[in-house]
Design a protein around this ligand. Structure first.
Ligand code: CTP
Ligand code: MN
Ligand code: MN
Length: 519
C-alpha cells in the first residue's frame, strides 16, 4: 500500500537530477555479483563484540570485517549469542558488564579476547580457542551479585525512533509471536483498503522487529513508538492468553481467507479478488473451471505455475538465477553492473521472487535495448515462461504519475523464468524428484547510471523501510526522496549521490546496512 505522503518528484526535476556527468563509479561493494553481501558461512557461531574499552570505531570495523569473512555478528547482545569478544577486559569485567545489562550469562557462552577474533580473520575461519584466548574470571567473582550490593547503575536508555530508517532491524526477530499477529491484522486492513489501520499494525510489527529483546510484559512497551492504543491491547492479550482473539477472527474470516488465496496468484490483486469473492468463489478450482471468467496473460501464467510460485524461492535458486542474469546481460553489455536487490540483499534466505537492478557506466543507445535482448535470448533458450516488459517513462513522461503502483519510471520487466535444476547447487536446493525445472518470478530493473544509488536504495526495501525513509525525508528534512533522486525543497536543488551512504548522509541519518533494513 502506498504511503499518502509519498510523492514522486516532478519529472523535469528528475531528469535534471539524473543527467549530469558523473566521474566515479558507484561503490562497487555490491556490484560485482549479484550475490548477497555477507553470506554466513559459520552457522554455529554467533558473535557479539563488546564496545566497552574497545570503542565504537574499532568495534564497527571488526564487526564489518568478521561479517565479510562469513561470521555472524550481532549488533545487540541476545540469547542467540555464543561468543563474546572483548578487548582490554578480563572475564570478570565482561561478566560484570553482563550483570549491569541484566543479562544472565549461560555457562556455554564463550568469553574471548580480541586476539582470537583477529586470528580467525587471518585464517578466514574460526580457529581453535585456547587458554590464551579465553578470558579469565577472577576467583571470588560471584556470578549472581549479592542482593545487598545489586548494581543500580542506570542503563543508558536509547530512545527508539518512530522511523524505521533510524532503527537497525535484522532478521533476528525477537518478537515473532507479536509481529506475526500484527502482520495478519495489517494484511486484513490492506485487503479492506483501510490505509490508516494498516499503518497502525504495520508500524507496530516493524518497531517490534527492531527490539533486541522479547517483550514479556506490557509495561515494557511504554515509551516505544507505535505500541500504544490498539497495538498495546493486542500485545496485552497475547501475553495473557497466548493468542489474540482479533487475529483468530481474521484468520477464520471468509473474506480474508479468500483474498489471501486469490492474491497468492501472480497477476491477481485486490480488484480481481473482490470481484471473485462477490461472485461467490472460494477456491482456486472453482475459478479455474468457470468458463465465463476471462483471465489476463499474467493470471494465466499465475495459474499455470501456481505451485512453483507459491513454494517461494530459496537462496540457492536465487544464486542460480543470478548466474543466468549475469550470463545474459554481460553477453550484450559487458560492463553492466548487476545487483541482486529486494529481500535477498537484505539477507533473507527465501523470497517470493528475485530482484535485480542493472545499470551501465557507459550511457549508450544499447542500454535501452538490453532488456529486450536479454528476453529474446531467454526466449530462444526456452527459459522464458512469462514476460511483461514495461518501457521506461523516464524521458517521455511529463506529469507525475497518479498511479500508486508506479513507484518509478525505469524500464523493467516482470518475468517468470524456467530455472533448470541442474543449474542449482543441488546440495542446497529443495528440488522435487522427477522435476527438472522450477518456475521462478524475476524482476529486472534497468536504471540510468546517475540514479543507481537511489534505485538501489529504493529496490532493496523493505517496503516499510522505504516508506519511513521517504516520510523522514519529507517530514524531518523537507526533502523529497524517491527511486530516482533526492530533492532539497529548502535549497531548491537536487542532492546527487553515488552511493547509498551518501544518500543517508544527505538526510543526516546514520548509515543502515541492507541487512539492517528488515523493518
Ligand atoms: N519496489 C519498487 N517498485 C516496484 C516494486 C518494488 O520500488 N514497482 C521496491 C519495494 O520497495 C521493495 C523492493 O523493491 O522493497 C523489492 O520488492 P519485492 O520483491 O516486492 O519485495 P521483497 O522485499 O524483495 O520481498 P520478497 O522477498 O517477498 O520478494
Ligand atoms: Mn523480492
Ligand atoms: Mn520484486
Amino acid at each position: 500500500m502506498a504511503e499518502p505522503q509519498q510523492q514522486p518528484l516532478p519529472m523535469d526535476l528528475q531528469q535534471a537530477a539524473c543527467s549530469g556527468p558523473l566521474k566515479k563509479r558507484p561503490r562497487q561493494t555490491d556490484a560485482p555479483v549479484a550475490s548477497t553481501p555477507h553470506n554466513i558461512k559459520f552457522q554455529d557461531l554467533v558473535l557479539f563484540i563488546l564496545e566497552k574499552k574497545m570503542g565504537t570505531t574499532r568495534r564497527t570495523f571488526l564487526m564489518e570485517l568478521a561479517r565479510r569473512k562469513g561470521f555472524r555478528v550481532e549488533n545487540e547482545l541476545s540469547d542467540s549469542v555464543t561468543h563474546i569478544v572483548a578487548e582490554n577486559n578480563s572475564g570478570s569485567d565482561v561478566l560484570e558488564w553482563l550483570q549491569v545489562q541484566k543479562i544472565k550469562a549461560s555457562s556455554q557462552l564463550e568469553l574471548l579476547d580480541v586476539s582470537w577474533l583477529i586470528e580467525c580473520m587471518g585464517a578466514g575461519k574460526p580457529v581453535e580457542m585456547t587458554g590464551k584466548h579465553q578470558l579469565v574470571v577472577e576467583r571470588g567473582f560471584s556470578a549472581s551479585p549479592d542482593p545487598g550490593h545489586q548494581m543500580t547503575l542506570p542503563l543508558p536508555v536509547k530512545k527508539i525512533s518512530p522511523y524505521s530508517c533510524q532503527r537497525r532491524t535484522t532478521l533476528n526477530n525477537q518478537n515473532q509471536i507479536f509481529t506475526d499477529a500484527f502482520e495478519v491484522l495489517a494484511e486484513d486492513c490492506e485487503f479492506r483498503e483501510n490505509e490508516m489501520s494498516y499503518l497502525v499494525f504495520a508500524r507496530a510489527a516493524s518497531v517490534l522487529k527492531s527490539l533486541p529483546f522479547t517483550i514479556i510484559s506490557v509495561k515494557e512497551t511504554e515509551g516505544i513508538p507505535w505500541l500504544q492504543g490498539k497495538a498495546r491491547c493486542v500485545i496485552e492479550e497475547i501475553i495473557e492468553d497466548g493468542e489474540s482473539s482479533e487475529v483468530n477472527a481474521v484468520l477464520n474470516n471468509e473474506r480474508y481467507k479468500s483474498f489471501k488465496l486469490f492474491t497468492s496468484i501472480f497477476g491477481v490483486g485486490l480488484k480481481t479478488s473482490e470481484k471473485w469473492f462477490r461472485m461467490g468463489f472460494r477456491t482456486l478450482s472453482q475459478i479455474q473451471s468457470n468458463k465465463s471468467l476471462k483471465f489476463t496473460h499474467m493470471q494465466k501464467a499465475g495459474f499455470l505455475y501456481y505451485e512453483d510460485l507459491v513454494s517461494r524461492v530459496a537462496r540457492a535458486e536465487a544464486e542460480a538465477v543470478s548466474l543466468l542474469v549475469q550470463e545474459a546481460v554481460w553477453a550484450f553489455l559487458p560492463d553492466a553492473i548487476i545487483t541482486m536487490t529486494g529481500g535477498f540483499r537484505r539477507g533473507k534466505n527465501v523470497g517470493h521472487d528475485v530482484d535485480f537492478l542493472i545499470t551501465s557506466p557507459e550511457s549508450t543507445e544499447d542500454e535501452e535495448q538490453l532488456l529486450p535482448k536479454v528476453i529474446n535470448l531467454w526466449e530462444k533458450e526456452g527459459l522464458l515462461l512469462y514476460c511483461d516488459l514495461v518501457e521506461s517513462t523516464f524521458e517521455k513522461f511529463r506529469i507525475p504519475s497518479r498511479n500508486v503502483d508506479t513507484l518509478d519510471h525505469f524500464q523493467k520487466c516482470f518475468l517468470i523464468l524456467k530455472l533448470p535444476y541442474e543449474r542449482v547447487d543441488s546440495a542446497k536446493s529443495s528440488q522435487q524428484e522427477g522435476k527438472t525445472w522450477k518456475a521462478i518470478r524475476v524482476d529486472l530493473v534497468m536504471c540510468p547510471y546517475q540514479c543507481y544509488a537511489f534505485a538501489l536504495l529504493g529496490w532493496t526495501g523493505s517496503r516499510q523501510f522505504e516508506r519511513d525513509i521517504r516520510r523522514y525525508a519529507s517530514h524531518e528534512r523537507k526533502m523529497i526522496l524517491d527511486n530516482h533522486a533526492l530533492y532539497d525543497k529548502t535549497e531548491r536543488m537536487f542532492l546527487p549521490a553515488e552511493s547509498e551512504e551518501e544518500i543517508f548522509a544527505h538526510l543526516g541519518l546514520d548509515y543502515i546496512e541492507p541487512w539492517e533494513r528488515n523493518a
